[in-house]
Design a protein. Sequence first.
Length: 320
Amino acid sequence: MNTVTAQLLHESQLLYAQERDDEALALLRQALELEPASRECHVQLAYVFFRTGRVYEAAQELVWLWAPQFGPQGGLLAPGVDLSGKTILLSADAGLGDSIMFARFALMLRHRGCRVVLQVQEPLVRLFQLSDLADVVVSRSEDVPPHDLRLPFHNLMAAVGVGHALPLMGSAGYLTPSAADVAHFASQLPPPRSRRTVGICWQGNPNFPNDKLRSVSLDAILRFTDANDHVVSLVPTNTPIEGTSMAIQSFAFQDIAETAALIQCLDYVITVDTMVCHLSGALGVPTLLLNRFNGCWRWGKDQQRSIWYDAIEIKRLVRS
């Protein structure tokens, strides 16, 4: 990338961080005139398009994320393409939340007569198997079966044509935890309808580079609960949670399938932008997402409801 293009990209990223999206878009257009094949500029353009609601255009730009390894995959799985008898490998390429969000495309493809293999992070394997999302679910450490096509998760939107008169299958929920796990957690919660049972998640993985931007204090998230709520922590811990005015029930989880089983028992979830919001959304449990200023591209900027999950209401922090 030449110096001028790099400077335009850098300035566009600064503007994007300030949610000055029209100005960021103008600079990216200039940069791509200078270097039409700049991967970094195309990916940044995708983020701007997503946040401003231009989903189809965004998806087409996002394929540049993996262009060096996979080449152009836009339209590869479009509705008119015959996939009968094909084996398609879909590979996790980012975090756990991303994998949960993109796993819906396995269902979409199975309905078109092809065999689907999901390659995901180990903590998700059991839940995805229980949910019957694919013909085969393997972890990223296992050998994968022979396949005809392989796509990273972030390429799926462009490959199937999301945003171009194509609904997002699974928006109402598509995960199914173990009935035995659900019964186990239900037995440890108040009887149904005796009081509202609310799950809270105020922090994500501390090793995530931007975790400090999305995580909040425990007291901050408790402000969104009601005095009569039975509050359950969705942040796994082996020790009691103390130092708050409200009693909080906590659990340790063996895997994400157990977390999903507990969420399935809840009336409501309040969470920051971490894996938990994807999990509750994909289970169809009513969820309040506390989104930050300059939040992730997938939540848009002015949306009050998620386009990815019908169950998610978005409350944005406003810039002071």
